[in-house]
Design a protein around this ligand. Structure first.
Ligand code: PGA
Length: 250
């Protein structure tokens, strides 16, 4: 069983400016109307204050793209979960493959970041996904299960409060999308792993990410275990993101 309303999350990555953000949000809020899906924008940390202001009284929640694994102290350049909460952040992406790859984040680090977010009431969006080499070697299930197991082990029954995003690394920013069947297969594996860990896991949304766009969203979202999307490139275009929100509200 899946959560009833879909969750669509834009991941802006390292894109934007004060002027571009204001224009994009104005277009989104003008066009959004009465969508029934849940939505959020995960923005670069320097724009959290601006976006908190722009999204006030809107149906779009604010998200961040990373959080420190530590509570406070001598960690130059990092932002703590408490700091994110000061800006009404509702979601934070943890363990994105770009963080795992370029910042050497281990499964244990991702599990600790998840714990920090949960401790202050921010919903972590825990990303898992296999590389192309891992898929070709038949290791997809083993990789995503190992990544999720670390989060489950550290967070116990609290995992019922997380969101999971399946993002095959080979599909991110490449224009290659997992087929709906490939996505569903992995989502079903993740769903049963979560349900085995927590009786409350039925409320966990499992998002698909990796070149999701206005053209392929409907087929992906039609899968029984695809509860929404984590959208990079297409979330930077108001018309595309709006059309995906509408698809997710059907
Ligand atoms: P993409 O990115 O939609 O541009 O492939 C998704 C993500 O990395 O979250």
């Amino acid at each position: 069983m899946s959560p009833s309303s879909k969750l669509m999350v834009g991941n802006w990555k390292m894109n934007g400016s004060l002027a571009a953000n204001a224009s994009l949000v104005a277009q989104l809020l003008e066009g959004i109307g009465a969508v029934s899906c849940r939505s959020a924008l995960c923005v670069p940390a320097p724009y959290l204050a601006q976006m908190q202001h722009l999204l006030t009284d809107s149906s779009v929640d604010l998200g961040a793209q990373d959080v420190s694994a530590h509570a406070s102290g001598a960690y130059t350049g990092e932002a703590s979960a408490d700091m994110l909460r000061d800006f009404s952040v509702r979601y934070v992406i943890v363990g994105h493959s770009e963080r795992r790859q370029y910042h050497a984040e281990s499964d244990a680090t991702v599990a600790a970041k998840t714990q920090r977010a949960l401790a202050v009431g921010i919903t972590p969006i825990v990303c898992v996904g296999e590389s192309l080499a891992e898929r070709e070697a038949g290791q997809t299930e083993a990789v995503v299960k190992r990544q999720l197991a670390a989060v489950i082990q550290t967070n116990g029954h609290c995992i019922s409060e997380i969101v999971v995003a399946y993002e095959p690394v080979w599909a991110i920013g490449t224009g290659l999308t997992a087929t709906p069947e490939q996505a569903q297969q992995v989502h079903a594996v993740l769903r049963s792993q979560l349900q085995a860990a927590s009786a409350q896991a039925t409320r966990i949304s499992i998002l698909y990410g990796g070149s999701m766009n206005a053209a392929n969203a409907a087929d992906l979202l039609a899968q029984p275990d695809v509860d929404g999307g984590l959208i990079g490139g297409a979330s930077l275009k108001a018309a595309d993101f709006l059309s995906m929100l509408k698809v997710a509200s059907r």
